[in-house]
Design a protein around this ligand. Structure first.
Ligand code: SF4
Length: 355
């Protein structure tokens, strides 16, 4: 249980602070529409606010409600998501919309426990939707909030250990009063997000601006950045991917949809080969006939990809020999941008076409 002073003081102080100093006016604020809140929460996972600001209105213009999203082909959803990364989010989003329509009559359930049963909605996202839209007194606990609360409470349990994370969830919930006003509950949730994003930042917390400065145990100990404690380091494996870029005389390049599982699943990309020799063999061409472009680095959660684009002229008719069962396209210029493309390939193609 958190100390009594923190239990009594943190919630009202954060609510007051959010009203005066928190973020206001983001396009997904000021609404209690669960569809809009849910969409913003999913987009904001692992993605900067500045990036989401460009995608969010575009997505809403195309899919204004859960029914239109549920009825859309997955490829259309992936195309609109193109560039946001972590494409499994888009697939879950689509599946979740279909569940809401099929199982809940087209309206999101109001309770966080029910929201968690939907595809792609974890405990913290469910709490965000339920507290913002329905005033349910449940705490969120995303990465930023873990940082704030471990500092506030000087919680030094190792968050790589499931039992410690569970203990922090219990502490987070204990900070929420039993029956807050729904509007205050929503403001508290927003306050937690704002505090983590703007004041209690990872390496330079601005404790003098913090509404919790008199309550904060880490500050009292003079070591805010000692929290959170998480021992397990992320191991990232490096992999080389050779990209076979068949190019027609008119400038069109050949893309192939990737399988529905694995990296870039369901997106359109160049055929991937394991090495340069394999690529030349697949293209049935000699080294002097190809153009090798500089390597591109692309970091994923568990992998560092080194992408080697190799351009091969195509003077044949129809499809290159690698065509399989998955859909393929010849694309030229901006029409490729209507397809779901992995972010590094989209950037690379845009630069090539602009040159
Ligand atoms: S006082 Fe400092 S360390 Fe504590 S919650 Fe506020 S910003 Fe974070």
């Amino acid at each position: 249980m958190p100390p009594e002073a923190v239990r009594a003081g943190f919630f009202p102080q954060l609510v007051r602070w959010q009203a005066q100093h928190g973020r206001h006016g983001l396009p997904w604020q000021g609404t209690r529409d669960p569809y809009r809140v849910w969409l913003s929460e999913i987009m904001l996972q692992q993605t900067q606010v500045s990036t989401v600001l460009a995608y969010y209105p575009r997505f809403l213009a195309r899919f204004p409600d859960v029914a239109s999203l549920a009825a859309a082909p997955l490829d259309d959803v992936l195309a609109l998501w193109s560039g946001l990364g972590y494409y499994s989010r888009a697939r879950h989003l689509h599946r979740c919309a279909q569940q809401v329509v099929a199982e809940w009559g087209g309206a999101f359930p109001p309770r966080s426990a029910d929201l968690q049963t939907l595809s792609g909605i974890g405990r913290s996202t469910a709490a965000a939707i339920a507290s913002f839209c329905f005033g349910e007194p449940v705490s969120i606990l995303d990465g930023n909030v873990k940082r704030v609360l471990t500092r506030l409470l000087a919680f030094d349990g190792d968050l790589a250990v499931a039992a410690q994370e569970k203990a922090l969830w219990a502490l987070a919930q204990a900070l929420v009063p039993d029956q807050p006003e729904p509007a205050e509950m929503a403001r508290y949730t927003q306050g937690l997000m704002d505090l983590g994003a703007t004041v209690c930042t990872r390496s330079q917390p601005q404790c003098l601006l913090c509404p919790a400065q008199t309550l904060c145990a880490a500050r009292a100990q003079g070591r805010p950045t000692a929290f959170p404690v998480k021992t397990r380091k992320l191991l990232r494996r490096t992999e080389a991917w050779w990209l076979l870029v068949w190019r027609r005389p008119d400038g069109a390049v050949w893309l192939q949809q990737r399988p529905q599982t694995g990296i870039w699943s369901g997106l359109f990309a160049f055929p991937v080969l394991a090495g340069r020799d394999e690529l030349l063999a697949a293209a049935q061409t000699a080294p002097e006939r190809v153009v090798e472009h500089p390597v591109l680095r692309h970091s994923l959660t568990h992998r560092e990809l080194l992408l080697y684009p190799v351009e091969v002229p195509w003077r044949g008719v129809g499809e290159p020999p690698l065509a399989g069962v998955l859909p393929t396209r010849w694309v030229k210029g901006p029409e490729a941008l209507d397809l779901g493309l992995p972010a590094p390939l989209r950037t690379w193609l845009l630069a090539r076409w602009a040159a």
